[in-house]
Design a protein around this ligand. Structure first.
Ligand code: FAD
Length: 357
């Protein structure tokens, strides 16, 4: 840094600029899309008390963003607001009887690590959610779901710190208002809370195995398992996911980019008359869920590459970074895909991924 004037003020400015640069954090290793963007301030949070202390001390800060494993975000630009990285660890059983146990998990715990820990203890209920990337604290945000199960079925409560006040808040499962890829934390509570821990109520015996979704049953048959247990289901799900989804450590992605659209049943049935193969899942209240991946595939996007980004060859719902992509490139592709689905089917598809900032 070359300073012509060399006045004390100028030196001070230069030193501050250098310090600021030093404090900036490249977020590329912190998002599974592998997109480069810089955070002006990156604060690692190891426990709830540390977080509350920080908020009280720096209460004039702009609204911070909470980062878990970065597996459901798209970085559109550098971030001027502070980023709080959730590193809060710990898992323990806090209550149990003969049939069930409640486990409490630090928000920064890796989700799949938690699934494996529960399997080791013989606790059932989240085996179908094996291998979902990210942290436990983010799981209620979009009510993670896979292979016919959502966290909604086992979530007991959530503990969170309110970012504006530093106050600790407890949420019951019903307070979280979990819906399909949706929750209180994506609506009225958006950006207002840092989830520090969650509690799950899991079964200790008579596990209710869910085998009818995707290829779980077929995979169990292939491996000769006639009486599956929760570990066998987890292994089957893990195998299926590994064979279908791109590994973010090899090819940047954030899983399903879009949510499956929910439309009035009447409209879905009219579309089905035109496209008899169109998957359609009836929902309560005369609604129907359509498969966004199928709609995208019919528009010819599957396997298509545009510059550094593309639509994955095996799973049209997944947008990928072939290397060096920006968030804006990914978003431009997503916008084009959304427009062609709207034009062909008259159906809007919304992103599941959170755009930052
Ligand atoms: C290959 C792949 C497969 C996937 N498969 C599935 C799937 O099957 N089902 C599914 O539901 N999802 C899936 N996802 C999406 C993703 O894994 C989940 O949404 C996951 O819960 C995100 O966790 P995270 O810690 O990475 O959250 P991040 O990406 O870090 O954050 C996501 C959002 O949650 C907020 N957030 C994160 N942590 C907290 C916290 N502690 N407190 C408050 N807000 C917080 C962030 O601010 C952000 O808005 C997949 C992603 C990938 C890359």
């Amino acid at each position: 840094m070359y300073c012509k004037q060399q006045s004390p003020n100028c030196w001070r400015t230069c030193i501050f600029a250098a310090l600021k640069l030093f404090a900036m954090q490249n977020l590329r290793p912190y998002n599974t899309f592998g997109i480069e963007a810089w955070a002006a301030s990156f604060i690692e949070i190891n426990d709830a008390t540390e977080l509350r202390r920080y908020l009280v001390k720096h209460n004039k800060h702009a609204q911070p963003l909470v980062l878990g494993g970065g597996s459901n975000i798209l970085l559109m630009d550098d971030l001027q607001v502070p980023v709080f990285k959730n590193n809060i660890l710990g898992k323990k059983i806090v209550w149990e009887d003969a049939d069930a146990a409640i486990v409490e998990v630090g928000g920064g715990e890796n989700w799949h690590g938690l699934v494996l820990w529960c399997l080791e203890l013989g606790l059932g209920g989240i085996e179908n959610l094996s291998l979902i990337p990210g942290t436990a604290g983010a799981a209620p945000i979009q009510n993670i779901g896979a292979y016919g199960v959502e966290i909604k079925e086992v979530l007991h409560s959530v503990e969170a710190v309110e970012l504006a006040s530093g106050r600790l808040r407890q949420f019951s499962a019903s307070d979280c208002r979990l819906g399909y890829r949706d929750s209180f934390f994506k609506n009225e509570g958006k950006g207002r809370f840092f989830i520090t821990s969650i509690q799950l109520k899991l079964s200790k015996r008579d596990h209710r195995l869910r085998l009818d979704y995707g290829d779980i049953r077929r995979r169990l048959e292939e491996t000769g398992i006639t009486h599956p247990d929760i570990c066998a289901v987890s292994e089957a799900v893990t195998h299926i996911r590994q064979s279908k989804l791109p590994d973010p450590t090899r090819m940047g992605n954030a899983g399903s980019f879009f949510k499956n659209p929910i439309v009035p049943l009447e409209k879905a049935l009219r579309l089905r008359e035109l496209w008899p193969n169109m998957p359609l899942y009836e929902q309560p209240n005369q609604q129907a869920k359509l498969a966004a991946g199928w709609l995208i595939e019919q528009c010819g996007w599957k396997g298509k590459r545009v510059g550094n980004v593309g639509c994955h060859e095996k799973q049209a719902l997944v947008l990928v970074n072939y290397g060096g992509a920006t968030g804006r490139e990914v978003w431009a592709l997503a916008t084009d895909i959304g427009a062609s689905v709207a034009q062909k089917f008259g159906v809007e598809i919304a992103p599941e991924v959170n755009l930052w900032p």
